[in-house]
Write a protein that binds this ligand. Structure first.
Ligand code: GLA
Length: 397
């Protein structure tokens, strides 16, 4: 049996990704940008229901370097990645989704170049190299990080420094309109607007944000369960939530969102199953986020009640957990120094977060990994993170 691994991959950097660009395209890049993945501390399946969420950026990032090129004929995006087998060469005009990794770059690049064409001419092609240490498909927002870093790099190339909020929106539009994933705004906002040492509090109804100091360590455990059904189940939940809201509005027409419904209203509405469970999760979870933010603002840590309460609700009411994730949460909270644990991201696989102090998490992780592997025969990946910096342009010129 293979022993469980604590991940120690090569860390990408401005230098390594610039070198990849030089090797592949035979010239120097003009801009280097980077953007982090995220974990959500609490507030799951709340962003598309108009409530509040509380993510942090993680220490793993995606690096994007880029340069423009005058092209005689067709304008194209050429993109290469250190972690993807296949390089891409796709037209920018009339850009079409191909189902490949470079869709995330293309979905951001096409509208930016189209808008710049009036000023800079319409014969500009784009070369991009990418390097990321965010594992794809683990629910850590690797796609949001690629979109946000691309938005910053390409806008900087075009001479328009984008602010973080505009980068988040450009990334979110690429994800929803071009790639076609009907997600909420959390992932792109977290990657773009997070700050080192702080959790990002987002009101997803108004898109207003603020920051609250967060000094605990977060142990991320990638369960190695991948979610083939994830997208269909995610869309099914969105539809259920929309149905629950429209039923609640028959009684309370001014309800602005499902998250705005009080738990008592949800209970009183006597919704059909499973809409009653979905609505109750959303209503209670957004209130847990408010409690969490009150604690952080008072300099207090997050509590077990909030974190495990969120997990239990995702398991029982939203029904997006898995036995592997439930097991990890139960096992993790048995270790001294652990404040709480819960699944993070969409669920149906992916990652669990364990919140606590760094030394306790360090000593818990070897045992957790070993026992998980012998229980489920899956090799988890584990690493610790603090609340890390958001996206930035690293270098230009
Ligand atoms: C995915 C989506 C997010 C959010 C989470 C669940 O990560 O991309 O927008 O809905 O699921 O909280």
């Amino acid at each position: 049996m293979m022993s469980p691994v604590t991940v120690a991959r090569q860390t990408p950097s401005a230098e390594s990704v610039s070198k990849l660009f030089r090797t592949h395209f035979g010239r120097l890049p003009r801009v280097v940008a980077s953007a982090p993945g995220r974990v959500n501390l609490i507030g799951e399946h709340i962003d598309y229901n108009g409530g509040e969420v509380l993510p942090i950026a993680i220490s793993r990032r995606t690096w994007v370097v880029a340069a423009l090129r005058e092209s005689e004929k067709q304008t194209v995006l050429r993109a290469v990645s250190a972690t993807e087998q296949e390089a891409c060469e796709v037209p920018l005009k009339g850009a079409a989704k191909s189902g490949r990794w470079c869709d995330y770059v293309l979905g951001v690049a096409e509208p930016l170049l189209r808008r710049a064409a009036a000023e800079l001419g319409d014969q500009l092609s784009l070369d991009v190299a990418v390097w990321s240490d965010i594992p794809p498909g683990a629910g850590l927002s690797s796609s949001a990080a690629l979109e946000v870093a691309s938005a910053l790099a390409i806008s900087s190339l075009l001479g328009h420094e984008m602010d973080a909020r505009d980068a988040a929106m450009a990334a979110w539009r690429a994800e929803t309109e071009f790639v076609g994933v009907a997600c909420g705004i959390m992932d792109q906002f977290a990657s773009a607007l997070a700050r080192e040492g702080y959790a990002l509090h987002i009101d997803c109804e108004t898109a207003e944000t603020d920051h609250a100091a967060f000094s605990d360590t977060v142990l991320i455990i990638d369960s190695a369960v991948r979610r083939s059904l994830r997208d269909s189940r995610f869309n099914e939940r969105k539809v259920e939530c929309a149905e629950a809201l429209s039923l609640l509005r028959q009684r309370w027409p001014s309800l602005v969102s499902l998250a705005a419904a009080e738990p008592d209203q949800v209970l009183a509405a006597d919704l059909p199953q499973p809409l009653d469970r979905r609505a109750l999760h959303v209503s209670r979870e957004t209130r847990r986020v408010r409690e969490a933010i009150t604690l952080l603002r008072a300099g207090q840590p997050l509590t077990r009640e909030l974190l495990v309460g969120s997990h239990d609700s995702l398991r029982d009411l939203y029904e997006c957990s898995r036995p592997e994730l439930d097991w990890l949460v139960q096992r993790a909270i048995g270790f001294p120094g652990v404040r709480g644990a819960r699944l993070t991201g969409a669920g149906w696989g992916g990652c669990v977060i364990v919140v606590g102090d760094s030394a306790s998490l360090q000593s818990a992780q070897v045992e957790l990994a070993r026992d998980y592997q012998s229980r489920f025969g899956l090799t988890p990946q584990l690493w610790s993170t603090a609340a890390s910096p958001g996206a930035r342009v690293e270098r230009t010129g």
